[in-house]
Ligand binder design. Structure first.
Ligand SMILES: NC(=O)c1ccc[n+]([C@@H]2O[C@H](COP(=O)([O-])OP(=O)(O)OC[C@H]3O[C@@H](n4cnc5c(N)ncnc54)[C@H](O)[C@@H]3O)[C@@H](O)[C@H]2O)c1
Length: 248
């Protein structure tokens, strides 16, 4: 399929996990992909594999994003991190950092990309939210707050962008098989005081009707469909891929 031929895409956090899978899926549909990540070597490796470009950037440095102008047709806001702690022990700076990376940076990148998208009357913004953009879990106050904020950013972008041919949507996976989840399994084991092997079944997937992790390629297939011409009437939506978690 080459329905994204001639389109430029920017994927943040594209060096690893879901972002790398999205970069590959968009490139497979013909897009020229820029892989943005704080992991310069990882971004260069994925970009090299796809014939794209890499952008070594620390998206926590939000002030540096304020004057940015992006000439990208497809923006995938994917970079994110997790931090597990009860609220009363949650480090205030860590809270601010998660909101900066997962709300403020996406806002600034959308802000930087819209003028080009509006000029050409076409653009696609896909925000990698989470089931935690729609539901809460204990010990994840910054992550849940940030993802709920990202949902708001995405919906306002959809309303403003609609008349200009720009769509904005969220994708809301349950637990995906990536390094971010591998780290959480260890952290959750400590927080709940149970062995790591019980975390998947008894903590992570208790609400999921399907008791397995989502694969990064499954998320990427949805993201690349949202970027494609056939999804032109899909905007302001939150697409769950959570094995039934949010059906409860
Ligand atoms: N893995 C899951 O279960 C899951 C579920 C739902 C949503 N998500 C979301 O998907 C997105 C990707 O997660 P993943 O699981 O692929 O994680 P990952 O750790 O595999 O990849 C995240 C990428 O973001 C990059 N990154 C981190 N901080 C950065 C910064 N300051 N500047 C630039 N890049 C930075 C990392 O270097 C890494 O390449 C995140 O937004 C996450 O919240 C993940």
């Amino acid at each position: 399929m080459t329905d994204l031929a001639g389109r430029n895409a920017l994927v943040t956090g594209g060096a690893s996990g879901i972002g790398a899978a999205c970069a590959r899926a968009l490139a497979a549909r013909g897009a020229t992909v820029t892989v943005a990540d704080i992991d310069a070597a990882g971004a260069a490796a994925v970009a090299g594999e796809l014939g794209g470009e890499s952008w070594a950037v620390d998206l926590l440095d939000v002030a540096a994003l304020e004057g940015l102008e992006l000439r990208t047709d497809i923006l995938v806001n994917n970079a994110g991190v997790q931090h597990i702690s009860p609220i009363q022990e949650f480090a205030p700076q860590r809270f601010r950092d998660l909101l900066a990376l997962m709300v403020e940076a996406p806002f600034l990148l959308v802000r930087a990309a819209l003028p080009h998208m509006y000029r050409q009357g076409w653009g696609r913004i896909v925000n990698i939210s989470s089931v935690h953009g729609l539901r809460a879990s204990p010990y994840k106050v910054a992550y849940v707050t940030a993802k709920h904020g990202l949902e708001g950013l995405s919906k306002v972008t959809a309303l403003e962008g609609g008349p200009h041919g720009v769509t904005s949507n969220c994708v809301n996976p349950g637990y995906v098989r990536t390094p971010l989840v591998d780290e959480q399994i260890a952290d959750q084991a400590a927080a709940h005081g149970i062995p790591e092997q019980e975390v998947l079944e008894k903590v992570l997937l208790t609400e999921s009707a399907i008791k397995r992790l989502v694969e990064p390629d499954e998320v990427a297939a949805l993201v690349s469909w949202l970027a494609a011409p056939e999804a032109g009437m899909v905007t302001g939506a939150a697409y769950t891929m959570d094995g039934g978690w949010s059906a409860r």
